[in-house]
Design a protein around this ligand. Sequence first.
Ligand code: F0G
Length: 460
Amino acid sequence: MKSTKSKSWAEPYRMKMVELLKMTTRQDRIKAIKNAGYNTFLLNSDDVYIDLLTDSGTNAMSDRQWSAFMLGDEAYAGSKSFYKMEAAIQKFYGYKYVIPTHQGRGAENILSKILIKKGDVVPGNMYFTTTRLHQELAGGMFTDIIIDEAHDPLNEFPFKGNVDLNKLDKIVKKYGAKKIPYVSIATNVNMAGGQPISMKNLKELYKYTRKHKIRIIHDMTRVAENAYFIQQREKGYEKATIREIVKEICSYTDGATMSAKKDALVNIGGFMATNEWDVYEEARNMVVVYEGLHTYGGLAGRDMEAIAVGIEESLDDNHQHARVGQVEYLGNKMIDYGIPIVKPIGGHGIFVDAKAFLPHLTQDQFPAQTLAAEIYIDSGVRTMERGIVSAGRKANGENYYPKLELVRFTIPRRVYTQAHMDVIAESAAAVFDRRKSIKGLQMIYEPKYLRFFQAKFKKL
Ligand code: F0G
């Protein structure tokens, strides 16, 4: 249904059941974060009041999704729940062939192994942690082709997810199109702060890649949020529905990976999709090795039922209006308090600029990691580092030094209220008031892969 475009973004649903939360004291939280090595990933969720670690798998399912659960067909082979999920993906996204996986990275693993050869180059509109790692493990080298504006937290360009075609052209000229198995395009770029790519840019990219015979692979984890921004900001799309925009986006790409744990409003699940029979055939073989048979891919039948329903619900205009509206409400409150955040406000969370928040810390003192720990201590609000710790190390062992050093306040879909948003903004403001007294961190344990999940720190 098309949004009525009323000013208010009130939720198009009401509550039928609630989950009770434990309230903690400041003393409790100081102890908990110390035990967690100042890493919010290592906190016990029971010690968290408002959990903004991620919007991944933390969504509230609808009554329709829960009732679809009961229809789950748990047959090992040929589950009818798979065919429902496949039909939803074909109908709403338009891709021909579908491989279910336990979550997004399962799809990334299979797709990267199939398409990337050692020495290949994979250009993308900024990296995502798991996506880039799978590209590298398959022998590829990721190169960033997002527009420069995306690396500047204050630049208010409305489509900071756009690709710089000149950067891409340089890479094509340098390595040759044969070395580029695909261009990796994320919709609503997570690491840039939940920033959209415009339809115009995607169309230009499509034209360019047809000329050079290079595929576009779409990380469609947050495609509906991207579509909402196109509807709100791009000329010619004011009257289009999110459903129509999403279908059009997908039509300019050759295949996709998706973590259904975000847009599709479920707690677990993902898939790979492709329009190429050969790629599908190979994926159907490979999924059996890494995930499960090609009609369940590591998912229960009930999960596939919930995904089929969730995809449709995610494309409702009123849902996205309320979803992004809530994020904007929080962001505007923080701006009013003078807190430096990435602008424009993104789709799935508020990204606080930790370099600007704690200018007295060097990047090696982990400003974003430090800030996430301080916010937890203040109020029990759990956020996530998206800076130097998340960026990890290059193949040669050197640290990546990302321009963006951010703390992400990620908003789960349909979970928290406007009053929760007030508490979150007030807590960020309280930490902002005492920012000058905050000391940095030192890393004392570093895992080899995706270090941000399990790294440990101590206070300097
Ligand atoms: N692509 C994007 C853009 C993502 O944000 C994620 C996950 C994945 C792929 C991988 O999917 O977790 O289902 O394996 N992002 C989560 C986050 C973890 O918190 O941003 P997954």
